[in-house]
Design a protein around this ligand. Sequence first.
Ligand code: 5GP
Length: 137
Amino acid sequence: MKHDDVFCKIINGEIPCHKIYEDDDVLAFLDISQLSKGHALVVSKKHYDNFLSVPHEEMHKVMDVAQRIGQVSIKFLGASGVNILTNCYESAGQTVMHFHVHVIPRYSGEEKVIEFKNVNTEELNLPSIASTIKNNI
Ligand code: 5GP
């Protein structure tokens, strides 16, 4: 438990939330600012800063719940697609430093929630980048 962390406070019952799932390791609730109808967050109950530092077992439990919420969004909320994503560190848009996965239902005809812009691949040395990752994975 990290005392200044908003998700630890939600897990601890100090801040209310619209809870949708809970077990010993995982909590899921609606995001306070809905990017779309049913935008949910799935968090590990133990505090880890983000996806890159969470142990495998807990990561798998969180992803399992995210998958199930995604399936429910399509079957019961009328979504036609779902974005499942997790931000790591500020430069990637992480604002709450407690591991969480977003489940963002998408509805046909809705404006795109997420738009990625390509960088110019001609300016990149793709073989070198690939081997840096391959050699260190
Ligand atoms: P991040 O940008 O770190 O990936 O996502 C953090 C998310 O937490 C944001 O979408 C934000 O709306 C949500 N959030 C921040 N504070 C609260 C809160 O007190 N309650 C709930 N339900 N969501 C919150």
